[in-house]
Every structure is written in structure tokens, then in C-alpha cells.
Design a protein around this ligand. Structure first.
Ligand code: SF4
Length: 501
């Protein structure tokens, strides 16, 4: 029996929170193999696909953060974190990579082996992290860690002994709880079995592998050669070491991707059977990420092809038994992300989708972002400047204290991106406002999208399936107070954001 047909019991739970289209859930779409757009829906999709709009991995989004938000503000906000919490989530940004991938949109610094032999920047980074942890311990006192995530850059740029040093520095001040999710991103090209064993022994239980695409021509074009055997070996080692969850990060919209190449890549992924998959649209903003200029426009999937690539992957992952979660994630039905999607505790943040919605996130390292209940704050980006600044205090570059209005809209965007609907009554009760009065103008604009079949407005606001879900950034833009009111129809100027589809 295909695994998706085994979902009978969870289905009842899922219905309360998941994406519903005329009373059907995603499971119904899978059974009848209908996750595709009608020709009318395609016309609407094309109308919006080229618009540049935010993805809302935070609200308010990064361009609104201000350098007026200083270290003193952050220190005050951390005092609130200490008073509110026994446990938090820690994110550590490790920015170094050996080689540049041309699609990259992360904050990273490329370090050649030759220059590392002269002076290893990771040692200096760890000196700085230890100082930053001391600052945090002074502000936060004794807090536990319910979630720890190391991202980058490439965390496994660090040697095994450096990985141990980093983990122990954190543990000394902020011990992980027994139930903590401890996750790390790895680059299969540079991660050794010894590093994986070290990470597992330290207590890491979740691992995320950067895959992107298995096609050789695509890999050459993006400067990331990563044979299938390398990934297979990494996955095999992770399984032997009993990591509880393995995630694959993938990208569509890369040069030379075709339906045939994507079908093969997806088949290889399904065979390797990761527990979660993040299937991102390439964030193509060469004005911001200048190295993306190496991509020739003629080599990039154009017209309807990005949509077709996405639909192909969605259908294949669903047919293989994965739940479709949020905008671009998939998880096996018993994986915590799928469970969180069913019980309503799913959240969207800088790391994609996450399970622990109430946790405040504190960022450590160059460019790291803290997402607190009261504020968003980002560290200085360059590792050199960060290192100089951290010596005396928190190396904050910019941030923003959340207003009451920001918090209401943040909740609405979380609901839209995570569950495809806004429970307007719940929002009214929680924030003590009348939804229809407070969002009178926004509802007017949403009705324009309702007329196009993107949303339905009733007791709650629901994205249609599949059109509304695929275009979620469009209705989301209506609730973003910092965007021009017609941005949802006209998009932002080129270079400010990536395209919707
Ligand atoms: S390894 Fe990751 S962070 Fe480093 S350049 Fe490639 S995509 Fe960017």
C-alpha cells in the first residue's frame, strides 16, 4: 500500500490546520493526482509569477531594520528574554566556505586551503564566539537550550576538534535539555565520517545536507560538484550513527534544469529517503548577489518551466509519501515537522520551517539574527568587524523593536505561510482588535485576489489549493505594512526581492 494511503488517522487531525480546497485536503489531491493548475489558474499564476516580493522569513523583513537599534537596545531586550523563558533556541552562524556556489544567498566568506594553512580564521572565530557567549551568559543568566542550530556558511569547515571546542563553550553556559533538537548543516563535499561521528557523539540529532541538484551539468554551472556517491556515503554514515532526522536542501530554477533532469534528481532523492526536504525556488537577485551574474539568462529555466519543475517535484514527493508543508517543505508524516503542521505548532523563520513556535531565537556569530518576542536584531556581517566589536559588547549592526502592529501582522503571516489560512477570530481575540475594522483596507485588496481565485474570504481567510499556496507571497504582501499598498499587484523594484514564481 502506498504510504500516503496509511494516513487515515492523522488525516482527521490535519484537516483542522492544513491547506483545504473545497473541503479536500492535500491527501485528496494526491489520491486523484490533481496537484496541477487549470488553464485559468495558470493565467493567474503567470500574472504574478514575475513580481518581486518578500518571502517573509521574518516580519518585518530585513530592509526595514535600522542601524538606530543598538547594542544597548539588544541588552535591554535580552533582559526580557531572561524574564520570560527557562529555555531558548540558539543559532550559531559559521560563515566560512572553501568554494563559492554561484547561486548562494547566504552570508559567507570563502577561504582557500592555502590561506587557511597560513592562518585559520576558524580559530579566531571561536575566540570571538566564546566572548559572545560570555556576554550572553551575563545577560541571560542560566537558561537551557531547547533548540540549537549551527548554520552557515559551512559548519563542517571546522575541524573535529574545533567542533568539539564550539559545542563545549556553548554547553558550559547554556546546557541543552534532554529533549533538545540539536541540528547542523553539512556540506557533503567537505564533511568527513570523523566529523559526523564527532557531531553525533556531541549530541547532534538532526542533520541537514546541502544537495541542490544531482545533475552534473547543473552542478558544473553552479560550481558545486557533488557526485551522488558522495551524498550516498554521507547519508549512510548519518544512518549508521542514528541521527534522528536527515534533511535535504534542494533548489529549483538553477541553470540547465529540465523536467527530465529534475525527474531524475527527485527520483534519486526519494531513493535516499531523507526525513525532510526543503525545496526552494532559486532566489535570483544578481543586483544583491553579484556572483549570480555568471548565470546566462538563456541557461536559466524560463516561462512556465520553473512552475513545471516545482509541480513535478511536489507531485513526486507527495506520491512518495511526504507531507507538503508550508510553501516549500516536505516531511515524512511521522517527522516532527509534519506533526507540528498537524497540531498547529509549526513556525517559519530564518532556518525555514521549524517546530517550536514559542521559542525565542538568539543568534551568535557574524551576521547572526536574533528573533525575540520583542525585537529582531542582527550581528555585524563581516567576521573581521564582528570579531573587533564582540571584544567589548554585543556586535549588533541593525535591528528593530516590534510594535503591537508588527506583532499582529507577524502572526497573520505565520498562519498564512505555515497553514495557508488566517483564523481571523483567533487573531481578534488574541490581540483584542476587530479584524474586519483593523484590516479594512487589506480585506478590500484581498477581495481583488478572491476574484482571481487566489484566496477565499469567509469565517477565515484561506489560500486556495494549489493556486493560492503557490502564490502565498502575493496575499502575504497585503499584510506587510512596510510595502507599498499596491505591491501585491505591481511587485517591488528590481533588485529588492526575488520573483514569486
Ligand atoms: S557552501 Fe553554502 S554557504 Fe557556502 S557558498 Fe555554497 S551555498 Fe553558500
Amino acid at each position: 500500500m502506498p504510504s500516503y494511503l496509511k494516513w487515515q488517522r492523522p488525516l482527521q487531525v490535519v484537516t483542522s490546520t492544513s491547506w483545504v480546497h473545497r473541503g479536500e485536503t492535500v491527501n485528496d489531491f494526491v489520491r486523484s493526482n490533481r496537484y496541477h493548475l487549470t488553464s485559468e489558474d495558470r493565467d493567474v499564476y503567470r500574472r504574478f509569477a514575475r513580481l518581486a516580493l518578500p518571502r517573509h522569513t521574518s516580519y518585518p523583513t530585513a530592509p526595514t531594520w535600522s542601524t538606530d537599534y543598538r547594542t544597548a537596545d539588544f541588552t535591554e531586550d535580552l533582559d526580557g528574554v531572561r524574564r520570560r523563558n527557562d529555555v531558548v533556541s540558539l543559532y550559531v552562524h559559521l560563515p566560512f566556505c572553501r568554494q563559492l556556489c554561484y547561486y548562494c544567498a547566504c552570508t559567507k566568506e570563502i577561504v582557500s586551503d592555502a590561506s587557511r594553512r597560513k592562518l585559520d580564521p576558524a580559530d579566531e572565530l571561536l575566540n570571538g564566539v566564546e566572548i559572545e557567549i560570555d556576554h550572553l551568559a551575563r545577560s541571560l543568566g542560566e537558561l537551557g537550550i531547547e533548540q540549537l542550530h549551527w548554520g552557515g556558511g559551512s559548519p563542517t569547515f571546522l575541524s573535529s576538534s574545533q567542533l568539539v571546542r564550539l559545542f563545549e563553550s556553548i554547553q558550559k553556559r547554556f546546557p541543552a535539555t534532554k529533549s533538545a533538537e540539536i541540528a547542523v548543516e553539512i556540506d557533503p563535499r567537505i564533511t568527513s565520517a570523523e566529523q559526523l561521528e564527532t557531531l553525533r557523539q556531541l549530541g547532534f540529532n538532526r542533520i541537514s545536507l546541502g544537495i541542490q541538484d544531482f545533475d552534473e551539468k547543473v552542478q558544473r554551472a553552479v560550481n558545486r560538484r557533488q557526485p551522488l556517491e558522495t551524498v550516498e556515503a554521507a547519508v549512510e554514515t548519518c544512518r549508521r550513527l542514528k541521527f534522528e532526522s536527515i534533511n535535504f536542501d534542494m533548489i529549483y530554477g538553477l541553470p540547465f534544469q529540465t523536467l527530465e533532469s529534475m525527474e531524475e534528481t527527485v527520483a534519486k532523492v526519494v531513493k535516499l529517503s531523507p526525513d525532510r526536504i526543503a525545496f526552494y525556488r532559486l532566489a535570483m537577485i544578481p543586483e544583491m548577489f553579484r556572483w549570480q551574474n555568471v548565470f546566462k539568462p538563456a541557461d536559466l529555466p524560463a516561462g512556465d518551466l520553473p512552475l513545471e519543475l516545482n509541480l513535478l517535484a511536489i507531485n513526486k514527493f507527495l506520491a512518495a509519501g511526504y507531507d507538503f508543508i508550508g510553501l516549500d517543505h516536505f516531511a515524512k508524516p511521522d517527522e516532527p515537522l509534519a506533526v507540528a503542521a498537524a497540531d498547529g505548532s509549526l513556525r517559519r523563520n530564518f532556518q525555514g520551517m521549524t517546530t517550536q513556535k514559542e521559542l525565542e531565537i538568539i543568534g551568535i556569530g557574524p551576521s547572526a539574527i536574533s528573533q525575540l518576542h520583542s525585537a529582531i536584531a542582527q550581528n555585524v556581517k563581516s567576521s573581521h568587524e564582528w570579531r573587533v566589536n564582540v571584544e567589548s559588547n554585543f556586535p549588533i549592526e541593525r535591528g528593530l523593536r516590534l510594535s503591537d502592529d508588527d506583532r499582529i501582522r507577524q502572526e497573520i503571516l505565520q498562519q498564512l505561510y505555515s497553514f495557508g489560512r488566517v483564523d481571523t477570530q483567533r487573531v481578534s481575540q488574541r490581540f483584542g482588535v476587530s479584524f474586519s475594522d483593523y484590516f479594512h483596507d487589506e480585506l478590500g485588496r484581498l477581495r481583488e485576489l478572491e476574484a482571481l481565485g487566489v484566496v477565499r474570504i469567509g469565517e477565515r481567510i484561506e489560500l486556495t489549493e494549489p493556486l493560492g499556496r503557490l502564490l502565498v507571497r502575493v496575499p502575504a504582501a497585503i499584510f506587510d505594512r512596510y510595502l507599498p499598498p499596491r505591491a501585491f499587484m505591481e511587485g517591488l523594484p528590481v533588485g529588492q526581492s526575488s520573483a514569486v514564481g
